[in-house]
Design a protein around this ligand. Structure first.
Ligand code: SF4
Length: 476
């Protein structure tokens, strides 16, 4: 369920949650430092990023052809390809497959697309047991929560809270050692893999030229989920297709470096269809389901480059807004800077009107992005769209009109600056800070600093400085 309309309230709650703040601080700092170190090891990080960008651009520019090529090659490999127009259709297709193959138990690897469709609820409503196999996703499932990060779904949880949850739900002896918790969960999960009839996975990249799907992980859970059960269903958005193995070689290393600060993820699974007669293991049947759910609409718009995203999560870690509010406040599957673009585009801009404003436009997201997506630029365009759609208050419109007039008239700008300087100097305390602005501006000082304007405007100081250079002895 989207809760994007409750953004402001969710932010207030998040900012006062001490445990969340601790977890965010630890998680995002680790993410940022890991990425910087891993990218710093490459000989030319910018060139690599640019190559990745070109690979994604090529895929998006040839999307229909590449998807058809992918379909042909998956079928040639012995797999099946199914298409879903939207999230509801995706769930229905999977439910039909469950019925067709007599599926009672499912293990599932990390998949943002199935978060979009809330697949787990749909399966459980039909009495099918579904178990998330990624450690973070499993803990989130136990807690009855949703992921708060694209890569680290439980980034909002401290290890202390995780230990308590595993103790309460599964009877794990209390420990503060993550490795003990992992060992404990592994014991639970092994049985699930062996009992499962179907394994569902996401897709990091689908390589059109050979019909191969690639998943990237560090736990081996995806490999077990997709090879132990007799049916493997892989689910992807249309934008996940790439043209060649050369493109894969570039993107997969950038994904690991940007997401987890690794040179390469521990498991890079490449799957081309079901088990062959001479192979010892693997699924008997393989399905690839390709979902649109609004992506082709984005492809035809000025926001097409948002589809280049490889879901590394680096922009989330780098974003000062995400660092403070975490993922749940954004209210839907995709949080952070890229979520503030994708969510309004997929849900409709007026269904997520606050998200494009959840950014200081500092550009840290774009600097971190391995495929050079112009995130701040698109956030600004979304704000423009919202205003054009009438989603702006009277005060906002009046303020912007006033600002426009001031920017067009140097005299008005000068007098406005002089007036604002005078007013803020009068409101300032002895330290030059304003404790509280009068309404309606008070909302700003309720949560942020507002220093008084300088007594002497910059242009006056500049003029004075120039004069003093021209006339030695005058001014400072
Ligand atoms: S927008 Fe860029 S940095 Fe953010 S998740 Fe996507 S690829 Fe990673």
């Amino acid at each position: 369920m989207s809760r994007t309309d409750q953004f402001s309230r969710s932010v207030t709650v998040a900012l006062s949650d001490i445990q969340l703040q601790t977890a965010l601080d630890r998680g995002t700092t680790r993410g940022v430092n890991g990425r910087i170190a891993a990218m710093g090891e490459t000989t030319d990080a910018d060139a690599l990023r640019h190559q990745a960008r070109l690979a994604r651009e090529h895929a998006l520019n040839h999307l229909p052809d590449l998807l058809e090529q992918l379909e042909r090659n998956v079928i040639a490999n012995g797999g099946h390809v199914l298409w879903a127009r939207d999230a509801a259709e995706l769930n229905q297709v999977i439910l039909d497959l469950c019925q067709q193959h007599g599926v009672q138990r499912v293990t599932k690897g990390k998949s943002m697309v199935t978060e979009e469709s809330e697949l787990n609820h749909a399966l459980e409503a039909r009495g099918i047991e579904v178990t998330e196999s990624d450690l973070g996703e499993y803990i989130i499932q136990l807690a009855g929560e949703t992921p708060s990060h694209i890569v680290f779904p439980m980034l909002h949880k401290t290890k202390e809270a995780t230990a308590q949850l595993l103790h309460d739900k599964l009877g794990m002896p209390m420990t503060d050692r993550p490795e003990d918790m992992t060992r404990f969960v592994r014991g639970v999960m092994r049985r699930k893999y062996l009992e499962a009839d179907m394994g569902i996975s996401g897709v990091n990249f689908a390589i059109a030229e050979t019909g191969t799907i690639a998943t990237v992980e560090n736990e081996g859970n995806n490999r077990l989920s997709t090879s132990a059960p007799r049916v493997h269903v892989a689910v992807m958005g249309v934008e996940k297709v790439i043209a060649t193995w050369e493109d894969y070689a570039i993107l997969v290393q950038l994904l690991a470096r940007s997401a987890t600060g690794q040179r390469l993820s521990v498991y890079n699974n490449l799957m081309s269809g079901p088990r062959r007669p001479d192979e010892p293991d693997g699924p008997e049947v393989f399905y690839l389901i390709i979902m649109d759910n609004g992506r082709s609409r984005i492809l035809g718009s000025e926001y097409a480059e948002s589809l280049a995203c490889i879901r590394c999560g680096a922009c989330l870690n780098a974003c000062p807004v995400y660092q403070n509010i975490g993922g749940h406040a954004y209210g839907w599957v995709y949080p952070g800077p890229i979520g503030s673009i994708i969510s309004p585009l997929l849900l409709g801009p007026t269904n997520a009107p606050k998200l494009p404003y959840a950014s200081s436009l500092c550009g840290a997201c774009q600097a971190a992005c391995p495929v050079e997506i112009s995130i701040p630029d698109m956030l600004l365009k979304l704000r423009r769209d919202l205003v054009q759609a009438g989603d702006a208050t009277f005060a906002w419109r009046a303020g912007m009109r006033l600002w426009r007039q001031a920017m067009l008239s140097p005299a008005l700008y000068r007098s406005g600056g002089w007036l604002a300087g005078l007013a803020t100097q009068m409101l300032a305390n002895a330290d030059g800070k304003i404790e509280s602005l009068p309404p309606p501006l008070k909302a700003w000082t309720d949560s942020r600093d507002f220093p008084a304007f300088a007594k002497q405007p910059f242009r006056e100081r500049l003029k004075q400085r120039r004069r003093s250079k021209e006339e030695p002895g005058v001014g400072a």
